[in-house]
Design a protein around this ligand. Sequence first.
Ligand code: DAH
Length: 340
Amino acid sequence: MLEEKVKLIFDSAHKAMQEAADSKTLYDCKVKFIGKSGELSLLMKEMGSLPKEQRPEFGKVVNKYKKMLEEHYQVCEQNLKMAELNQQIKDDALDLTLPGPTQDLGSVHPIPMVIDEIVTILSRLGYSVKSGPLIEKEWYNFEALNVPEDHPARDEQDTFYLKPGYVLRTQTSPVQIHTMETEKPPLRVLSPGSVFRCDSDISHSPNFHQIEGLLIDKKVSMADLKGTIYFFVKEFFDKDVKIRFRPSFFPFTEPSAEVDCSCPICKGKGCSMCKQTGWVEIGGCGLVNPKVLSSANIDPDQWQGFAFGFGIERMAIIKYGITDIRLFSDNNSFFLKQFS
Ligand code: DAH
């Protein structure tokens, strides 16, 4: 009778251990069935109700089953530990096929890209590149270029004035003077770079870029200037682009002209880029004013020259149909990548 009870306890303990889903449940089974106050120990206590001669035999039987359950516990514990370890390895596993974090690669910014393109085109005509200071003496930025004290460009609202006598250059034209001061003619120079004006809206930025061109030689005429600009503009935009020179005024050139080209976006038909006129303005030019040559100690009776200045953002805006000048300085990589 008692033996049957042992067998029953053994069977349910064996089954419960077998089915335990984790180490904790398994351990609870051990306590419940073969622990100090477990079911088998309680059964041992009932041994007193047996006749004396049956007791040793009964004790042996209980111990045999207890031992078997202990061994079974070891096996189940081992299996569970193994399964739990495998699960943990699985959970912690790295998927080596997943793409790693990517580094956003930069690309050439459209401003230096356009500068490079212009320099490459004009270097074919013998021009080389010169640079000048961004913090400029007022004299180089204005007086030497024949811009008088009362000229509107010298207004505080247009120019960033620094300590007395110094400005952030408002144009690349002062590099003309630096070049003529340090080099002997004949000269063919280009000077691309940053310029600054107190202005900011959809089409004006307080910091933008220009490229200055200067040629000094003997017997230079408007025809030479026009030929150079025709060549350059057609190379930069498109052979079919038309060019027109509008009489204008710049203190440093005489005569002066503004340069328009037929809108490369709509091919002159009229669009929002050219404000429906079919023409877009790209810069100014003219024959170097003899007063400017004299400021730089070049004899105007011996030497003449022409000069031109183009807005780099403007050239890029027209060439690529960009609608807002602020995109150039927004650091938006989606915008910038389009030019790489
Ligand atoms: N410096 C002028 C400006 O910022 C552009 C310019 C016009 C430059 C005529 C020149 C020139 O060299 O000849 O508007």
